[in-house]
Ligand binder design. Structure first.
Ligand code: ATP
Ligand code: MG
Ligand code: MG
Length: 357
């Protein structure tokens, strides 16, 4: 079905004038298809949800709306000042629309904003991390247990290792031998799963964002300050260490996730310091001592776990992550392992930065 026909149908559902309706792509998300839907008066964001990644869109919307409502109450009390990503209902009060077996939703457009795909400097790292910190702090008194596990075991490293072992045992595509050095490097670090399990016993269950990349927050066009935390699709019960770790993973390396220039894949300490400062500062009254201690573990676990998932997918014939060249997932696995190694190498220095905040 052409997008123009979809635009008209969505316009009908959401009360726009369908004859005037136009739809164009916005942003650079990888999971959903995100478009701007407009008539001559109104603008909204519409998204076709990726139901392969999110088999239960209803749960996803329930999670996001529960958080939206909590943040809205905080904003009314003056306790949250960022813009809030809000779901729009159809004329009949629904938050999901089925069009030809595809699932769409609408979000209020947050204007006067822009997103960045890569962290260019310390200021951006500080601003973005600070937004995620404000978001986390505002959810300090939100009961995380009420959230659905939209992707079960998302951050369960032990389970990711099991999945890897199963794929390796089969080696259906005969790829294991050629990357035996990479496999061995990961295998030598499997004790990290036990370390993680122990640490998780010491820290509270939190409502986590679980996708704290820089393009999941919006900057203000006018001031370059933080405008909103967006993309609440993966909000689930979890631990803050993962949100911290994913910022380290996605902010700190000067190289892209699939770069093969491995000697340059390392944690930029100045970016790390800015993000740690930005994230922890709003959490000073809510973060526990054990939780703060766990952040460095998150910085290790995230590149390691994502790297292992890339390696698993390589061995499994590239089923999950889209690949654009031969050995793309293997390159990503090596890249993430290099970043993990850099965190290990700089652990004392990075820990001192966290402790000084
Ligand atoms: P990801 O790959 O991070 O999972 P996604 O596919 O889930 O992304 P979103 O992050 O929700 O998609 O949206 C993609 C992009 O669209 C954002 O980075 C942002 O630039 C833009 N965007 C999304 N929602 C809004 C909004 N309500 N107002 C303004 N821009 C938005
Ligand atoms: Mg996104
Ligand atoms: Mg997303």
């Amino acid at each position: 079905m052409e997008y123009q026909a979809v635009a008209q149908q969505l316009a009908d559902e959401y009360g726009l004038i369908s004859e005037e309706a136009k739809m164009k792509p916005i942003g650079s998300g990888h999971i959903n298809t995100t478009m701007l839907l407009q008539d001559n008066h109104k603008t909204m964001v519409v998204q076709k949800l990726n139901t392969t990644v999110f088999p239960n869109p209803l749960h996803l919307v329930e999670n996001a709306r529960a958080i939206e409502q909590h943040l809205t109450a905080k904003a009314l009390n003056g306790e949250y000042s960022l813009a809030i990503i809000k779901h729009l209902a159809t004329s009949s009060g629904q938050y999901l629309v089925d069009i030809n077996d595809e699932v769409w939703r609408a979000l209020a457009f947050i204007g006067r904003s822009y997103s960045e795909d890569v962290v260019a400097n310390e200021q951006q790292a500080l601003t973005a991390a600070n937004a995620f910190g404000q978001f986390a702090h505002a959810l300090n008194d939100f009961d995380a247990a009420q959230l659905h596990h939209v992707i079960p075991n998302f951050h369960n490293l032990a389970m990711r290792i099991d999945a890897f072992n199963q794929v390796l045992a089969k080696d259906e595509h005969g790829r294991a031998e050629k990357c035996s050095d990479v496999i061995a490097a990961f295998q030598q670090q499997f004790a990290l799963a036990e370390e993680l399990q122990q640490a998780q016993k010491q820290v509270p269950l939190r409502a986590c964002h679980n996708d704290t990349k820089i393009n999941n927050m919006l900057f203000s066009t006018q001031s370059d300050a933080a405008r909103a935390v967006i993309d609440l699709d993966t909000c689930m019960p979890g631990n803050w260490l993962f949100d911290f770790g994913d910022m380290v993973r996605t902010f700190c390396s000067p190289e892209a996730e699939d770069s093969t220039n491995l000697s340059n894949v390392q944690v930029r300490e100045n970016i790390f310091a800015a993000l740690a400062q930005g994230y922890i500062e709003p959490l000073q009254d809510s973060v526990t001592a054990a939780e703060k201690d766990s952040f460095i573990l998150g910085a290790k676990v995230m590149p390691f776990m994502i790297g292992l998932r890339f390696l698993t997918d390589h061995l499994d014939g590239d089923n999950y992550f889209a690949t654009h060249r031969a050995n793309h997932n293997l390159d990503r696995a090596k890249n993430q392992f290099a970043l993990y190694s850099s965190v290990l190498e700089k652990e004392d220095c990075l820990n001192n930065i966290i402790r000084a905040i």
